[in-house]
Design a protein around this ligand. Structure first.
Ligand SMILES: [Ca+2]
Length: 499
């Protein structure tokens, strides 16, 4: 029962019941009780029948930006696919891009890698001591492709490039943000668009180019072997721009930023639709397991999207920064229309995919995530598992019914019953001092972990430079240290634009 007591289980069952009765976050999907098993599980698929795997990541894509959560942004394909599969309604990521991607590809907590913010071009990249998901699947015979945004280093040392971390093929960009049409990284003032290490100058909208490349790889694949496709869109990250045809669909939206953001999201939704058409056309849709999620919440204070009714936004450890739209799709295996409230994290993806496909992992370091297949399939009731999330010095812990939030710069510690208080409005810290102390200790445990590779993670200099890890928080802008913007409390994180 996932390390949880019977009492906690009963509490959780009551919570699920309350949520269902309140219609919490009611969308178009029916509630599917966690205790109701779906079809016969296909756990540990045989080597001959291993499914293809597609991992779709939307950038800066918050809770309230998807149609099935009530958004006015039109996402018909994402809604349909979530409905055909299972919406993962308690899926947690990290507050900004790089840590979420590191957590996905390692199955380990990025705080162990020292990644508390985003990689900058001068940073080497995700520690080479880390074993990545594509390495595991390539060793098992999978074709491994990546089309999209990397954001785990590689500008200064080719050892950190995707092709040298387990991907047979890489097309896309290394940095955190590009212009959608010119593919220029404004931080570097140069084109950041490449195929397997060679910069390419191409006409086209990045969302469409990435999808076109992915479809081409699928069409030209070796049909005798399964494939792993990792497609992290730069949509809907800023600087926002979209083709005129998509902007025209939102001509009635008065605010320019909201209009463009909506068009960017809908263009991505259409691209996902085309990808699935290609899978259908190839006759492999039923043998393809797809996972979709946002990499962090929307930057709502800048007018780009919504995380409502969750509190906070991108760059914060409030749920608006870390609880994102997510679903899993595998026809005939995942129950259609399921709405799964099991607490999951991005760190669970690697061990879960390896477990369900029966692929042996090549990790030497222990996972923080776990194989959650049974919980995802609703085979066994599952309670909130312990998840530790950090951003800068801020920390959050999800454990049992509780969520602990620590904001050192503000001198604040909060405690919420997150299951029944998803908007984090009712602070229980004063009523539950022992729980607060316990979760605070858990939050800091990870910093002293013996499996840390942090000195080689974010902030580390390229090999041979002799540099040490940067003392400046990786997410901080030049000149932003102690004091300054930090004194503005929570508001400081609502105004970060270069994450
Ligand atoms: Ca992001």
């Amino acid at each position: 029962m996932d390390q949880l007591s019977r009492r906690a289980f009963i509490t959780e069952a009551a919570r699920v019941s309350v949520l269902a009765s309140l219609g919490a976050f009611a969308g178009t999907l029916p509630i599917h009780a966690e205790s109701s098993p779906g079809p016969t599980p296909a756990v540990s698929a045989s080597k001959a029948s291993r499914p293809n795997i597609v991992i779709l990541v939307a950038d800066d894509y918050g809770w309230g930006d998807v149609g099935y959560h009530g958004s006015t942004i039109r996402t018909p394909n994402i809604d349909r696919l979530a409905g055909e599969g299972a919406a993962l309604e308690r899926f947690y990521v990290f507050p900004v891009c790089s840590p979420t991607r590191a957590g996905l590809l390692t199955g380990r907590n990025p705080l162990r890698h020292g990644i508390t913010g985003t990689f900058k071009p001068a940073d080497a990249g995700l520690s080479l001591d880390e074993h990545l998901l594509p390495e595991t699947f390539r060793a098992a015979g999978y074709q491994t492709w990546m089309c999209g945004k990397w954001h785990l280093g590689g500008f200064t040392d080719p050892a950190y490039l995707p092709m040298n971390r387990g991907f047979d093929h890489f097309y896309g960009h290394l940095g955190g943000a590009i212009d959608y049409f010119q593919h220029v990284n404004r931080e570097l003032n140069q084109v950041d668009w490449q195929r397997n290490g060679v910069t390419v100058q191409e006409e086209g909208y990045s969302t469409d180019l990435l999808t076109q490349e992915a479809i081409g790889l699928i069409e030209k694949r070796d049909p005798a072997r399964p494939f792993l496709l990792y497609l992290p869109f730069n949509a809907a990250h800023g600087p926002h721009s979209a083709p005129g045809s998509w902007l025209a669909q939102y001509a009635g939206v008065g605010d320019r930023k909201a209009r463009t953001h909506s068009a960017v999201v809908s263009a991505m939704d259409a691209a996902i639709g085309r990808l699935f058409e290609a899978l259908d056309k190839q006759g492999i849709a039923n043998n393809t397991l797809t996972v979709f999620f946002g990499d962090n919440g929307s930057q709502s204070s800048a007018g780009a999207g919504s995380n409502r009714p969750l509190r906070g936004e991108k760059g914060t450890v409030w749920d608006g920064g870390i609880r994102v739209p997510a679903w899993i799709h595998w026809p005939g295996v995942i129950s259609s229309g399921a709405r799964n409230e099991t607490f999951l994290s991005v760190m669970d993806v690697f061990p879960t995919l390896a477990g369900v496909t029966g692929v042996p992992t090549g990790n030497k370091l222990p996972f923080d995530g776990r194989d959650r297949w049974e919980a995802i399939r609703a085979i066994a009731p599952s309670l909130p598992d312990r998840i530790v999330i950090g951003q800068g010095k801020d920390l959050a812990v999800l454990d049992g019914e509780w969520k602990y939030v620590e904001l050192p710069e503000e001198g604040e510690k909060h405690l919420f019953r997150i299951g029944q208080d998803p908007s984090e409005e009712h602070d229980c810290a004063a009523e539950q001092p022992e729980t607060l102390t316990k979760l605070a200790a858990i939050a800091h445990e990870i910093a002293s972990d013996s499996h840390s590779t942090k000195l080689k993670g974010a902030g580390a200099k390229p090999k041979g430079s002799g540099g040490k890890a940067s003392k400046r928080a990786p997410d901080a802008k030049p000149g932003e240290g102690k004091g300054g913007d930090r004194r503005q409390g929570t508001r400081r994180r609502e105004n970060q634009k270069s994450l």
